[in-house]
Design a binder for this molecule. Sequence first.
Ligand SMILES: [Zn+2]
Ligand SMILES: [Zn+2]
Ligand SMILES: [Zn+2]
Ligand SMILES: [Zn+2]
Ligand SMILES: [Zn+2]
Ligand SMILES: [Zn+2]
Length: 411
Amino acid sequence: MAANGQGEKRSAEEAAGEEPVLSLLDVLEEDDALEDEACAVLGGSDAEKCSYPEGYVKRQALYACNTCTPKNEEPAGICLACTYKCHEGHHLFELYTKRNFRCDCGNSKFKQMECKLFPEKENVNVGNKYNENFFGLYCTCKRPYPDPEDEIPDEMIQCIVCEDWFHGRHLGANPPEHLEYQEMVCPCCMGRCSFLWAYSNKIGVPVVTQITPAEVDQEVKIEDCPEDTSTVHNGPSIKSEEETAPSTSCDQKPINGDVSLKTEMKSEAKPCKLQEYQEYQKPRENAATYWPSNWRRKLCRCETCMKMYKELEVLFLLDECDTVQAYEHKGKSEEEQESSDPLMTALGTMNRIQQVELISEYNDLKTELKDYLKKFAEEGKVVQTQDIQKFFEDLRSRKRQRVDAMQYYCS
Ligand SMILES: [Zn+2]
Ligand SMILES: [Zn+2]
Ligand SMILES: [Zn+2]
Ligand SMILES: [Zn+2]
Ligand SMILES: [Zn+2]
Ligand SMILES: [Zn+2]
């Protein structure tokens, strides 16, 4: 980084240094914890612009408003920016993240209210899928989260296919305590996507079947399964100790990254992996399955299988950028680009005297810059190059004022 090279050129009084000189990088690293937290869920979601013009966003932080669209109304989902600008003070359900959704804020599902950010919406978003999560209810037991009547401490886990959240105890199977898993498919979705049973024996994380007599008769019938998809709040989370670093190519893919075309072409000659795995298939159960990181890569890409994924509407399983981990990673790297790079650019545009002056101000700067960046995080604003430049301009003009004042007193 630019400033480090200037380290040797510090003035003598600084070299004698009462306090250690911090690099800007140190300052930024201190803010990492704060940033990571904000980035994890908000990820690539814009806090200022309604996401509607982007169409069905591949994955975004999503909310439902209990004030505008309560239980007896039609379900609706709203984007992050709309929660701030259009539903301030309303009772919101945090749906965590959800794939392929287009913001409903102010459309025909909302009676009186108009979207302040993007009012020019079509009446309905036909591609959106809804479930009980949009009314704040989760799992096959259709309970709220947190549940005031539930005294059993239980983690909620999100199914990667339907994106509903489930109580660990209502999944029919748990992974053994010592084993890590990255993703879970709920019993309903296993019924619908039964091809996954063939894979589960080979590449799934082994499970311990739950036998809870009281719940045996509560068996999930596939017909009862919700049509589709959704999600929830911060609380529940997919366990992941190991940070899977999704390949960086994820970030450059178009919204509907066309996995199918590419894979179909090169897989012509290969035998079907699914057929091979089916030979080892264990009997299907009414239970969830758990999957390690990178398991999606191992799904067969033969023509027959591709057709099947399409029919089942699970083509996203072939897309590693569809994972929540990839989304969180994307949020983090966008944040890095937006906050660190302009800073480095700004530093690079300064002459040596300015840089040396800057270095001599490091200790004050540390606090000031941190507060400055924190304000952006709090307001959910993205730091722009101009913002960083403005920070340094203000800093320099204040410094000049101080110098002028000094001269006045000294003369
Ligand atoms: Zn919106
Ligand atoms: Zn509202
Ligand atoms: Zn809105
Ligand atoms: Zn439940
Ligand atoms: Zn599911
Ligand atoms: Zn196949």
